[in-house]
Design a protein around this ligand. Sequence first.
Ligand code: PMP
Length: 386
Amino acid sequence: YINEDPVRDFYMREIVSPVTRDVEILDNQTLEQKKMLMFGSNGYLDLANNDEVWPSIQEKVNKYGIGLGGPPLLNGYTTLHKKLETKVAQLKNKTGAMLFSSGYTANLGLITGLTTKKDLVIFDEYSHASLVDGIKLSQVKSRFFTHNNMEMLEELLIENKPKFRNIFIAFESLYSMDGDTAPLNKIVELAKKYGAYTILDDCHATGVMGEKGTGGCEAFSTSVDFIVGSFSKAFSMTGGFICADESYIDYLRVFSRQYMFSTSMPTLFVAGILSVLESYEKNKVALLKRIKSHREYIMQELKQKVTFAAIPEASIVVLRVPSKMDITVINKEFHSRNIFVNSIHYPAVPIDEQRIRISLMASHTSEDIAYLVKNIKEIWLKYNLN
Ligand code: PMP
């Protein structure tokens, strides 16, 4: 080895090809290029590099260009931006939608735009950093409930209802570091019972959860007040959005500072997302079926042999690694077998909860999945990890 620096070796890996089911990387250890099977991308549907998408992007860019000169309220709103808002509102079954340059800023924009010091946000402890940062920035009061703990959520609602003007409950449909889902129906039921608003981070579920892939609400046949999403996961692009009733969106357009004072998503990105969505509409049935069959095969092959962080419900499979094991050794094993996975450890998760995170893509072949499974079995056996 040229060096033995796990941070340099297994994080910030330099990819020298498109990110699809396999990638070419510049190996930090050998300084040579090598091909790896990609199980570390959130681009679950692998739509960003297919041949259908490029001509469609080109056509849009020819008409609208690539960039803008300001935020949407003043001068950063094209027909493409409007079209994308309409499409995303339809996808989420809402009357309004607004775009942000990332899912991160969408969460900041929602919490800071929506809440005041008289309100309370009650959130699942596994909520994404962007939700927590939104709370910090807005200075709204907050309490958390332990992951998916509905009794605790109800206690917090009972205790705090008389003390605050509005209560918002924030949670995710698909948790990215465990692969499990929230009990959406129960949360919505409690919100109704105690007159609270619901805020759903649907970033990882958008495109992959539910029969039609529209996200958490479809999967649980329910509806929430506010949905935050990202185009950076299943749709392989960058950009975020909020969907809600149009009146809330009109309000947020002027009260969300991340929206009002920041230049719009570049037209090039919007063209890319729209083109990806067109391809998604045509192909989603087959794509979703493949992810499901990959997931089922993995569970069937590994259920006796590994500890899943949770039962995988969509495109994320997470394997726990005992805390006594140096997880970089495990990542090195995957790396040397040309499998790109993500090792997640402190400070991203508590010290005793380290894990290997595997992202399934619709473009993976059955052979790719079989190769992954075979290697997991070998590595788990070699290090006695179960
Ligand atoms: N919410 C969740 C649950 C996420 O996992 C992420 C991305 N890691 C975000 C929000 C932020 O999305 P983006 O990458 O588009 O900024």
